[in-house]
Design a protein around this ligand. Structure first.
Ligand SMILES: NC(=O)c1ccc[n+]([C@@H]2O[C@H](COP(=O)([O-])OP(=O)(O)OC[C@H]3O[C@@H](n4cnc5c(N)ncnc54)[C@H](OP(=O)(O)O)[C@@H]3O)[C@@H](O)[C@H]2O)c1
Length: 295
């Protein structure tokens, strides 16, 4: 990974554990300023302490926002803008939509959305939307949304997108990770070829994190505790994401989906422009923002 002389600043959602925390470490090690986010004061304090101790003197902020709530996503975007200004930045160089959740039993947010749909898809959509002007102001803006190989098994349940009639945790997860790739591909189309902003969906591979231990069912936690043992470390996963954020321009930037620093073919459905368009319009309606597509 090569870095330019210009100091960069990157926001990572879900930077309190797993891949997000490891990516924060990796970026700080490259002297990139980091604005991490979490949704628990204790986890935020622990992550801040760990990162500050490892990288004293680096620019680090940890902001608190529950990404299941659109009001909080909007408040977070405002908080990021305030943080950037206080550090003297005019732009945001990178946004990593990393936070995700896999509740075993369906949970509805206080705003009435399915928790997985809200955190895993609507939050990346809305946060990107809110931060786009700041990212476009950067000479090297990057938006990386963490998807998963699970997207290959996903399909869009258009008649019940939040699976309110029949919720199944992995069906919801696969769909949300497919939505991450569709969203990225559609964002790329809407930005158009003239935009300097590079957008990627990234598959970190199977990673030994606690994500499945946070589901609300013992059985799922036990299955995950076994499965995660085959995974790579969060540090290895983060190393695969760095080139998307730091390299002057990753080769083959027309590729949407990346794994371990290399482009991969996503599912056929993930690149379907009609589905991308439909998902964007639906997400914009659900988030109360207006759609935009450049010629
Ligand atoms: N682990 C894997 O094998 C794997 C494979 C493919 C893709 N991924 C993807 O990698 C990304 C990171 O996952 P991970 O494995 O590193 O899991 P993780 O350690 O559980 O990290 C998820 C992060 O998201 C945060 N988060 C969850 N719900 C939130 C909410 N409502 N508001 C704000 N933040 C919230 C978590 O905070 P708390 O800990 O405080 O809840 C945590 O910081 C996810 O997008 C996941 O889908 C993971």
């Amino acid at each position: 990974v090569t870095t330019s002389a210009r100091k960069r600043v990157v926001t990572i959602t879900g930077a309190t554990s797993g891949i997000g925390l490891a990516l924060a470490e990796a970026l700080l090690a490259h002297d990139v300023s980091v604005i991490g986010t979490g949704h628990s004061s204790e986890c935020i304090a622990a992550a801040r302490q760990q990162l500050a101790a490892a990288f004293p003197g680096r620019q680090l902020a940890m902001l608190n926002a529950d990404l299941s709530l659109q009001a909080e996503v909007r408040r977070l975007a405002d908080g990021i803008a305030v943080q950037l200004r206080s550090w003297g930045y005019q732009a945001l160089d990178g946004l990593v939509n990393n936070a995700a959740t896999v509740p075993y039993w369906q949970t509805l947010t206080a705003e009435g959305f399915d928790m997985q749909w809200a955190v895993n898809h609507l939050a990346p959509f809305l946060l990107t939307w809110q931060l786009l002007p700041l990212i476009e102001a950067s000479p090297c803006g990057r938006i990386v949304t963490i998807s998963s190989g699970s997207h290959y098994a996903g399909k869009l349940h258009w008649d019940d997108i939040q699976l309110l009639r029949r919720y199944q945790p992995l069906t919801a997860y696969n769909q949300s990770k497919l939505a991450n790739v569709l969203f990225t591909a559609e964002l790329k189309r809407r930005l158009g070829t003239a935009s300097r902003v590079l957008v990627f969906a990234a598959d970190p591979g199977l990673v030994d994190t606690s994500i499945g231990a946070k589901s609300n069912a013992r059985l799922a936690e036990r299955v995950w505790s076994f499965r995660r043992r085959s995974g790579i470390s969060s540090q290895q996963a983060a190393a695969g994401l760095l080139p998307l954020l730091l390299d002057p321009a990753p080769a083959e930037t027309d590729q949407v989906y990346w794994k371990h620093g290399h482009p991969q073919k996503p599912s056929r459905l993930a690149l379907d422009p009609d589905s991308g368009w439909r998902l964007w319009e639906l997400s914009a309606r659900m988030c109360g923002v207006e759609g935009r597509r450049q010629a």
